[in-house]
Design a protein around this ligand. Structure first.
Ligand SMILES: [Zn+2]
Length: 412
């Protein structure tokens, strides 16, 4: 190895060790330098150097003394949670949503820009407005910008290869934002970030591998394997929305027919519910939205959960048709889950996105179908749950991505 290469390796090792020190303090809560050295197997000098570096940058502070083990009581360290913040952006819903998030994944500021059917350059301009608003809203240093976008991404280059709804093709999102704001930018697909959010900030984040199946406008899966996002060779891992699930089924916006999205997306459920409401003016849906075009996935949820209060034979036939829609969607998601279990033998699957408003009605059918459609011995080991992270999931995943890329906080 020549001297230049040796120097580069030393520099990398130093940076790696520093990150390890920060991660250990972050995970430890309050911890002494000696305990950091014990936990990391680094020398005391290396730990002291690392701690000094992070204290100088403001990430770490000393917070008094721990109990003495005979000699001098040790000084305890902790991470200053709001010393630095990140910006997380979700482009996958009807409005662009963003937040300023601290080092613990706590949301400090929010901003929203309604999309109103804008796409192309107009949609890009909305991101600029959103990011500028968020940067102006905080006085803390920003570590970077994380973005979750629908469609097919090249996360290495930060290029959106194709996002149908936003009419983007080969959009160099990272390059554009990096030039404009001078900050590191990390971009990934929204379903993948939903999975990363579960892995980094989820309630039961002790699983090293998990899959999140997200159903909103489209359907996609995010896959975390051994603590890392799995992108696949052409970055399309988890793009399950356009796998055929119904032979000669409904036409899909991708040009094919019978895709998973045509049955299991929130959008498909809403479209079919609108047809039911149009064909039947006595529909219980009309209780919740006078105009069929105003029906949303929440309207369908309300109509189903409160259908007990709606009387009349016609109404109950209608409710049964709605319930059928949800069962159909759930069966399709169950088949998708079965395929994922078959390929990955994964033990934890979470359902996310706006379809989760159907709760156990949806979940029970997804579970039953998954068990029925796969090798029972493998599938019985897999738990399927509804994600409890709520509507900020993609924002939190995008923030987690920045924290891992820039500081190594959630690196496996
Ligand atoms: Zn399709």
């Amino acid at each position: 190895m020549n001297r230049r290469a040796q120097k580069a390796t030393r520099k990398q090792t130093k940076a790696h060790n520093r990150r390890l020190v920060l991660k250990t303090i972050y995970d430890g809560g309050r911890i002494s330098r000696a305990d950091v050295a014990r936990a990391t197997d680094l020398t005391r000098t290396t730990v002291s150097d690392g701690v000094a570096w992070w204290i100088e940058k403001g990430f770490v502070e000393e917070v008094g003394f721990g109990p003495s083990a005979g000699g001098k009581p040790p000084i305890l360290l902790r991470v200053v949670d709001d010393s630095h913040q990140v910006i997380g952006i979700d482009l996958a819903s009807d409005e662009f949503r963003g937040a300023v998030v601290n080092l613990r994944g706590e949301i400090r500021e929010r901003s929203t820009q309604p999309l109103n059917d804008r796409d192309g350059k107009a949609a890009l301009a909305l991101i600029y407005t959103l990011v500028s608003d968020l940067i102006a809203a905080t006085d803390r240093p920003i570590l970077g910008i994380g973005i979750g976008t629908p469609g097919l991404m090249d996360p290495i280059q930060g290029v959106v290869r194709r996002a149908v709804n936003l009419d983007w093709q080969d959009l160099p999102l990272r390059h554009l934002l990096k030039n404009r704001y001078g900050l590191p930018v990390h971009v990934a697909n929204d379903s993948q970030l939903a999975a990363l959010a579960e892995y980094t900030f989820g309630a039961e984040n002790n699983a090293d591998s998990l899959v999140v199946i997200k159903s909103d406008h489209g359907v996609g899966a995010g896959i975390v394997l051994n603590g890392q996002l799995f992108h696949g060779d052409s970055f399309g891992a988890g793009e399950i929305g356009h796998v055929t699930i119904v032979e000669n089924g409904q036409p899909c916006r991708c040009g094919n027919v019978g895709c998973l999205e045509t049955v299991a997306s929130a959008r498909a459920i809403v479209q079919q519910a609108r047809t039911i409401a149009r064909d039947n003016p006595g529909s219980p849906l009309r209780h919740f939205a006078d105009n069929p075009e105003r029906i949303t996935i929440d309207t369908v949820c309300d109509a189903l959960t409160q259908s007990g209060s709606v009387s009349g034979g016609e109404a109950s036939a209608d409710t049964a048709a709605l319930a059928d829609l949800v069962q159909q969607a759930a069966r399709a998601l169950g088949i998708a889950a079965a395929n994922l279990v078959g390929v990955l033998s994964i033990k934890r699957i979470l359902i996310a996105g706006s379809v989760t408003c159907f709760g156990s009605v949806l979940l029970d059918q997804v579970r039953a179908t998954m068990l029925q459609r796969s090798l029972a011995l493998v599938a019985s080991e897999t738990e399927v749950e509804i994600s409890t992270m709520g509507p900020d999931m993609v924002i939190l995943g995008a923030s987690g991505l920045v924290l891992t890329q820039e500081l190594g906080l959630f690196a496996p």
